[in-house]
Ligand binder design. Structure first.
Ligand SMILES: Nc1ncnc2c1ncn2[C@@H]1O[C@H](COP(=O)(O)OP(=O)(O)OP(=O)(O)O)[C@@H](O)[C@H]1O
Ligand SMILES: [Mg+2]
Length: 260
């Protein structure tokens, strides 16, 4: 079974998609076979890989909610390669937004992604990009994962949102995934900003063994890399943010080994 990581935070624009792409690429860079799952109707991760969600014959939606009029594709048929060796993606499109309405009446719908992923035996790691909400899609992502990775922007209101997310993790543990673990890390960190430094310090104090030492600082190269459909490790392999994401990937691997 692959290690399954879900990048989650209900707050928008905190670098979930960027971190999913960069952590997955970090794992592929050291020789792993890695699958990314785009669980967001915005399909930003799909687009970041250079794919046009509207041009794809099938996406994750066709696996999770098969259309009665056509034979359902198998999960393997939907996976697309990326520009990086060892890194593939299960793409999304806008139709995922209607999943909640179509699925929540089904028993155990939260476990449907996990069931689909269990059919894959070819990957070392799966990294799921969750949407900025606490709805059905996020519950499916967290139910499938061994570990939730939570990027936080070190801003004044960050702690409050984090508490809400930890409540959701508690609910997922009690209902579908008792062993779900979580780690926080600072993304888009601005070290010149006093508030950011104070918030980071208080998060480190509060979360202790649940927060990674690596801090991802602001770097405009990360914005550029998704525009060319490449992870930062490919687009600008020697930049600071590529190095920071490599370091974060190493920390993640160490923590996952500790849990074995
Ligand atoms: N370390 C960074 N430095 C500078 N810009 C960054 C950094 N990380 C992410 N960004 C940029 O910030 C924006 C938001 O990032 P991203 O899309 O990864 O966030 P998100 O949490 O996935 O957003 P959403 O909640 O909408 O899914 C993007 O334009 C991205 O390129
Ligand atoms: Mg996103």
């Amino acid at each position: 079974m692959p290690k399954i990581l879900a990048i989650s935070n209900q707050k928008g624009g905190v670098a979930k998609t960027t971190s999913c792409f960069s952590i997955a690429a970090g794992l592929a860079e050291i020789g792993q076979q890695v699958l990314m799952v785009d669980l967001d109707p915005q399909a930003n991760l799909t687009t970041a890989c250079g794919l046009d969600p509207d041009e794809l014959e099938w996406t994750l939606m066709d696996v999770l909610v098969p259309d009665d009029t056509e034979p359902a594709p198998a999960i393997m048929q939907i996976i697309q390669p990326t520009k990086m060796a060892g890194l593939s993606i299960l793409p999304a499109d806008m139709r995922l937004a209607s999943l909640e309405r179509l699925m929540v009446s089904q028993d155990d719908y939260e476990l449907s992604l996990k069931r689909e992923l269990s059919l894959l035996n070819h990957y070392d790691s799966v990294v799921i990009d969750c949407p900025p909400s606490m709805g059905a899609l996020t519950l499916m992502g967290l139910s499938a994962a061994q570990t939730a990775l939570i990027p936080v922007q070190c801003e004044y209101f960050a702690s409050r949102g984090l508490m809400q997310l930890l409540d959701i993790i508690e609910i997922v543990r009690s209902q579908t995934n008792p062993t779900l673990d979580y780690y926080i890390f600072a993304s888009m960190y601005d070290q010149r900003n006093l508030i950011s430094r104070q918030v980071l310090e208080s998060l480190q104090e509060h979360f202790q063994e649940h927060i990674f030492d690596t801090v991802i600082r602001i770097d405009t190269r990360l914005r550029e890399s998704v525009m060319v459909g490449e992870p930062i490790q490919m687009y600008a392999p020697r930049t600071r943010s590529a190095e920071e994401y490599r370091q974060l990937t190493q920390e993640i691997i160490l923590h996952l080994q500790k849990e074995e």
